[in-house]
Design a protein around this ligand. Structure first.
Ligand code: NAP
Ligand code: F7E
Length: 338
């Protein structure tokens, strides 16, 4: 029998890789898309037409409980991947209310639709390392205390506990993936890694503008999104639902990402000054990077390092892509597009 899965957030980065993975595995893939006036379908447009045509599209919004009740009642999928979210941490400080509506309300709607209309559906919820915020220990695993530091993180904490509570209260298969940053060539352009790779590619093609960034000292555990969706799928194949941390265990600063990205196009960056006065300069003295307060957040959450021992042991998830290869993949991909 063909396995049916619904992906919410199918037009985002992870939706792209998960759709490919599930189609490769022979799944019947359904995707939830919210309508917009230009009828753009995000990363779905990047799939080869023969793959895109196989996806069953349902237009709807996560904040619409009736829509989700009808969808779950009609489709009764074996698996549902709840990826839809307002996922940009910086924006969540400016628009906390809409972030809560989608990330808390939307997740609650999904959990209720499963409970009331499709109890055999397995749920994967996209939780996040942002739950650790200001980590109480390093590295972080499933037992590390949470300390959210943004409206985004608070909303995901509510989602995490909704999933855990429904799992225990109603004996439903609902799993939390506590995923650390994962990036790729289809990452949204406002996230720092893609902002850098796109800029470096344009620079190589002659754009002389200076790259403006916020906190260069922010340290993140960056992995490759394609490998992280494999981890999601593996969690869903276990006998029991649970909570799992996924991350590479390797940590780098934003500054290191910039240096590595420019190295990819043959430019060495020298860093001069500190704080808001720091600049990244080329060997010929050209200013390549400067710091702008515009990209600072009211609170920073960093100092992350994942301890994914539990996932490695239980699911045999074993990411291979390391930092340098990730940066290379992203810059090389953007060089072909810029
Ligand atoms: P993303 O690229 O920002 O994609 C988010 C998706 O959610 C988009 O498809 C978006 O649709 C959809 N969405 C937002 N609001 C919606 C609504 N009201 N109704 C229906 N769909 C809605 O995020 P991602 O990087 O793929 O991440 C996937 C999930 O993992 C997110 O929940 C994110 O918070 C979480 N996460 C990501 C990371 C990471 O490093 N990437 C790490 C940990 C957790 P539109 O195209 O219409 O905007
Ligand atoms: O920031 C710093 C910024 O916006 C990374 C989401 O997928 O991962 C993502 O959230 C770091 C932060 O991602 C700029 O302050 C410096 O420390 O790329 P980002 P994020 O906030 O880590 C987590 C795990 C999620 O769950 C989220 O959904 O980089 N930074 N300068 C900057 N960030 C941006 N965006 N732009 C800058 O100019």
């Amino acid at each position: 029998m063909t396995t049916k899965a619904i992906i919410t957030g199918i037009t985002g980065q992870d939706g792209y890789f998960l759709t490919r993975l599930l189609l490769e595995k022979g799944y019947e893939v359904h995707g939830v898309i919210r309508r917009n006036s230009s009828m753009s379908v995000g990363t779905l447009a990047l799939l080869e037409p023969k793959l895109r045509e196989q996806v069953h599209i349902h237009y709807g919004d996560l904040t619409d409980a009736n829509f989700l009740d009808d969808l779950l009642g009609a489709e009764k999928p074996q698996e549902l991947y709840q990826l839809a979210a307002q996922s940009f941490v910086g924006y969540s400080f400016q628009n906390p209310s809409s972030t809560y509506d989608v990330n808390i309300g939307g997740t609650l709607n999904v959990a209720n639709a499963i409970k009331d209309y499709s109890r055999n559906t397995r749920l994967y919820f996209a939780a996040t390392s942002e739950l650790f915020g200001q980590p109480k220990e390093t590295p972080q695993n499933e037992n590390t205390p949470f300390y959210p530091r943004s409206p985004y993180a608070i909303s995901k904490l509510a989602g995490f506990w909704t999933v855990k509570t429904y799992r225990e209260a109603y004996k439903l298969f609902m799993t939390n993936g506590i995923l650390f940053n994962h990036e790729s060539e289809v990452r949204g352009p406002e996230f720092v890694t893609r902002k850098i790779s796109l800029h470096v590619a344009r620079h190589k093609h002659g754009d002389t503008s200076v790259l403006e960034l916020g906190n260069l000292d922010a340290r993140k555990d960056w992995g490759y999104a394609k490998e992280f969706v494999e981890g999601m799928w593996k969690m869903m194949q276990l006998d029991e639902p649970d909570d799992f941390v996924l991350g590479t265990g390797e940590v780098h600063t934003v500054r290191e990402f910039v240096t590595e990205a420019f190295r990819e196009i043959g430019k060495v960056v020298h860093w001069k000054g500190t704080g808001l006065d720091e600049t990244g300069i080329s060997e010929s003295g050209e200013v390549l990077v400067r710091v702008s307060p515009k990209f600072y957040r009211p609170l920073e959450s960093d100092n992350y390092r994942a301890d994914s021992t539990k996932a490695r042991l239980r699911t045999h998830w074993d990411p291979q892509v390391r930092f340098a290869q990730l940066v290379k993949t992203m810059v090389q991909s953007d060089l072909t597009k810029a």
